[in-house]
Write a protein that binds this ligand. Structure first.
Ligand SMILES: NC(=O)c1ccc[n+]([C@@H]2O[C@H](COP(=O)([O-])OP(=O)(O)OC[C@H]3O[C@@H](n4cnc5c(N)ncnc54)[C@H](OP(=O)(O)O)[C@@H]3O)[C@@H](O)[C@H]2O)c1
Length: 243
C-alpha cells in the first residue's frame, strides 16, 4: 500500500504511538504534518523521518490544552497545503490512579483539556482543510476506557471522562459528517505494546493470539480503514481483551 497522495496531520507524534504512526505513514509516502507538545520533540521525529529519506514531513508545536496553540498549528499547516486527507487525533494526557482524591485539580483540568477539549478543537480547526479533500478521514485514538461500563483500567476517573468525551464526540460527528463524505473512524484499544519503529523491538515484538495488542496492529487497522472504497464508512475498531 502506498500513501503518496495523502496529506496527514498527527497530534502527539513526539513519542510512542503518534511517532510510530508518523514514521510508518511517511515510509509509505504520505506527506506528514506532525505535532508534539514541544517543537523539539516534534523536530526529533521529523529528523528521524528525514534521515530515512522520505522527506515529506513538517514539524510543529501544539499543546492541546491551549486553544491558541491548536489554532496556530492549523494555520501553519494551511500555509503549506490547501487540504489535508487524514487527521489523526492521537494526543491525550494519561492520568493513572483509581483514587479521585489522589490527583491535583490541575491534573484533572489538563487531562480533560488535552483529551476531550483538545480533540474537539483540533477537529474543528482542521475540518475546513479536510473538507477540501476528496478522501477525508478523521481517526481518533480512544481507548477501552471510553466504552460504557468499562472498569478494567487503573486509569484515573478524569482519564475515563476524557475518553468518554472523545467517544461521544466522534459518535455524533460520524453521523453529522457522513453526508459530506468525511469518515470518522475511532479505535478503542486496550493497553497495547508501544514499540518504536526505529528499534529492533519493532520487528521482534510477538504478535500471536496470546500476546498483547501491538501498535503495529493498530497501524494496520488504520491503514485498512483509510484504504477502503469511499462507500465504506468503518466507524470503530474494538478489540477483545486478554482474559
Ligand atoms: N498505550 C496504550 O496502551 C493505550 C491504550 C488505549 C488507548 N491509548 C490512546 O492512544 C493514544 C496514544 O497512546 P500512547 O500510549 O502513545 O500515549 P502516551 O504514551 O500516553 O503519550 C501521550 C502523548 O500525548 C501527548 N500529550 C499529552 N498532553 C498533551 C497536550 N496537552 N498537548 C499535546 N500533546 C499532549 C504526550 O506528549 P508529551 O510527550 O509532551 O507528554 C504524548 O505524546 C492516546 O490517545 C492514548 O490515550 C493508548
Amino acid at each position: 500500500m502506498r500513501l503518496d497522495d495523502h496529506n496527514v496531520v498527527i497530534t502527539a507524534a513526539g513519542r510512542d504511538f503518534g511517532r510510530a504512526l508518523a514514521i510508518t505513514l511517511a515510509d509509505l509516502g504520505a506527506r506528514v504534518f506532525l505535532s508534539a507538545r514541544t517543537l523539539a520533540a516534534a523536530e526529533r521525529t521529523r529528523d528521524d523521518i528525514r534521515s530515512r529519506g522520505t522527506g515529506k514531513v513538517h514539524a510543529f508545536a501544539c499543546d492541546l490544552t491551549d486553544p491558541a496553540s491548536i489554532s496556530d498549528f492549523a494555520h501553519q499547516v494551511a500555509a503549506h497545503t490547501d487540504h489535508i486527507d487524514v487527521l489523526v487525533n492521537n494526543a491525550a494526557r494519561y492520568l493513572e490512579g483509581e483514587d479521585l482524591l489522589a490527583v491535583s485539580d490541575q491534573d484533572v483540568i489538563d487531562t480533560l483539556a488535552s483529551g476531550a477539549t483538545g480533540t474537539i478543537l483540533a477537529t474543528k480547526n482542521f475540518l475546513p482543510l479536510l473538507l477540501r479533500s476528496v478522501k477525508p478521514d478523521i481517526i481518533t485514538m480512544i481507548s477501552t476506557a471510553g466504552l460504557p461500563g468499562h472498569a478494567r483500567s487503573t486509569a484515573h476517573d478524569a482519564f475515563y471522562s476524557a475518553k468518554n468525551a472523545q467517544a461521544g464526540f466522534t459518535e455524533i460527528l460520524s453521523k453529522r459528517l457522513r453526508p459530506q463524505g468525511v469518515r470518522v473512524i475511532s479505535l478503542y484499544p486496550p493497553d497495547f505494546d508501544n514499540a518504536d519503529p526505529l528499534t529492533p523491538d519493532w520487528h521482534t515484538t510477538p504478535r500471536g493470539p496470546k500476546d498483547p495488542l501491538t501498535s503495529q496492529s493498530l497501524i494496520d487497522c488504520i491503514l485498512f480503514a483509510i484504504s477502503q472504497p469511499r462507500d465504506c464508512f468503518i466507524k470503530a475498531f474494538h478489540f477483545e481483551e486478554p482474559s
